[in-house]
Design a protein around this ligand. Structure first.
Ligand code: MG
Length: 159
């Protein structure tokens, strides 16, 4: 049995007007606020990418896709996830599974869970049973609880 490696990640982005809300590569319809960032600010996909890179000890997405590079302006993070997969593959690893939690007060994201899992799984070449996405609120506490932004945590296992 080949040894496995585990990575962990956390990300957060601020909610602002005039931006689409994209999570796990899925645009949430009619969301009044979207996440602010250089790319599409898909906080869930960012956490998954950083967990994968972390499991391979290959730094983080800020290193591989710097904000200073114009080609990443408005980039679709779900497409960059495919590039992360190539990076970890080149280092000799293959993903086994990923699991993530999105911390969000509003809107309710449950109806979009499977669409997010499908997009993440497709980008990673994984089965749906190897991609977990969960949602929780922060019970009104702190900045995330006040709805000022959305955060995400993820773990990834590589072999
Ligand atoms: Mg981010």
């Amino acid at each position: 049995m080949s040894p496995t490696r585990t990575g962990i990640a956390y990300d957060s982005h601020r909610l602002v007007e005039g931006r689409p809300l994209v999570l796990g590569g899925v645009t949430i319809p009619d969301a009044p606020l979207g996440l602010d960032g250089h790319s599409d600010a898909d906080v869930l996909t960012h956490a998954v990418m950083d967990a994968l890179l972390g499991a391979a000890a290959l730094a983080d997405i800020g290193d591989h896709f710097p904000d200073s590079e114009e080609r990443y302006a408005g980039a679709e993070s779900i497409a960059l996830l495919g590039e992360v997969l190539e990076i970890v593959r080149r280092a000799g690893f293959a993903p086994v599974n990923v699991d993530a939690t999105v911390i969000c007060e509003a809107p309710r994201l449950g109806p979009f869970r499977d669409a997010m899992r499908e997009r993440l799984a497709a980008s990673l070449g994984l089965g749906l049973d190897a991609v977990g996405v969960k949602f929780t609120t922060n019970e009104g506490m702190g900045a995330i609880g006040r709805g000022e932004g959305i955060a995400a945590m993820a773990v990834a296992t590589l072999r």
